[in-house]
Design a protein around this ligand. Structure first.
Ligand SMILES: O=C(O)[C@H](O)[C@@H](O)[C@H](O)[C@H](O)COP(=O)(O)O
Length: 242
């Protein structure tokens, strides 16, 4: 049964789907993502799913992990990663293994961004870029989160590397970000890897994130100030609940 939506609010370039609670939002989004992956796999050997870290997607990952589909044919790539030891609670890969890669979805092929056996993040980013270049970009599904500053993945407005990470003339890849606002150095997919997906969804929770989205929509041209704005130029669905 499709979870009752609160309604759809047309924002410039954005399809905002509002839900009464996080559970309803996550159930609906898991169904949409699974349907899209199944549809891709009807005509292609593999499907590419890019997912964000943070806390918002935990419920979605738990719903999605139980979906019945050919997970062994799905490549899963984190949108970004913190430069921290593999078992650190800060690592998105740890969250993804504990919540998404369970049950049926445990058969998916998970691609780490940060091989922390590398001597430095730059070495890990170069290795990941080469390794991930073998995947079929653009992704079929990208699930994004957003900070209240309008960052998505680790494309932080205050990162000195932002311009290079958002240069769409470059090939899809992994770049190192050192935003002063963050405690950890980050590795992130660059904009060419994050954009142009068959289905791009921004998953948000709470009033503060909705207000940040409204700020982003109010001045869509200032992309460097709020990187989420770049995604208003392509089909974007926003799944939001209070
Ligand atoms: O590594 C990360 O933290 C994410 O990739 C980041 O981009 C996240 O999606 C936003 O910061 C929202 O985080 P929350 O969902 O925790 O609010």
């Amino acid at each position: 049964m499709k979870t009752p939506e609160l309604g759809r609010e047309p924002l410039p370039g954005v399809a905002l789907v509002r839900f009464c609670d996080a559970e309803g939002r996550d159930q609906a989004l898991a169904g949409e993502v699974a349907d899209r992956l199944r549809s891709v796999l009807e005509t292609r050997e593999r499907a590419l799913l890019v997912i964000s870290g943070g806390r918002t997607p935990v419920g979605l990952f738990r719903c999605l992990s139980g979906e019945s589909l050919a997970w062994e044919s799905v490549d899963v790539v984190p949108a970004d990663e913190r430069w921290a030891p593999p078992e650190s609670e800060e690592r998105n890969s740890r969250l993804i293994r504990e919540t998404l890669l369970q049950g049926p979805a445990s058969a998916a092929c998970f691609h780490e961004l940060a091989d922390t056996t590398a001597d430095a993040p730059e070495q890990a980013a170069s290795e990941a870029t080469a390794r991930l270049s073998a995947l079929a970009w653009p992704a079929d599904v990208v699930i994004l989160g957003m900070g209240e500053d309008g960052h998505i993945a680790s494309l932080f407005p205050d990162a000195p590397e932002l311009e290079r990470a958002m240069d769409v003339s470059r090939p899809p890849g992994v770049v190192v970000m050192r935003p002063p606002s963050q405690q950890r150095t980050r590795l992130t997919l660059n904009l060419p890897a994050l954009s142009g997906a068959g289905l791009t969804v921004l998953q948000l929770a709470g009033t503060a994130k909705k207000e940040a989205l409204d700020r982003a929509v109010s001045a869509p041209e200032a992309i460097g100030d709020m990187p989420v704005r770049y995604f208003f130029r392509q089909p974007l669905q926003v799944y939001w609940s209070p």
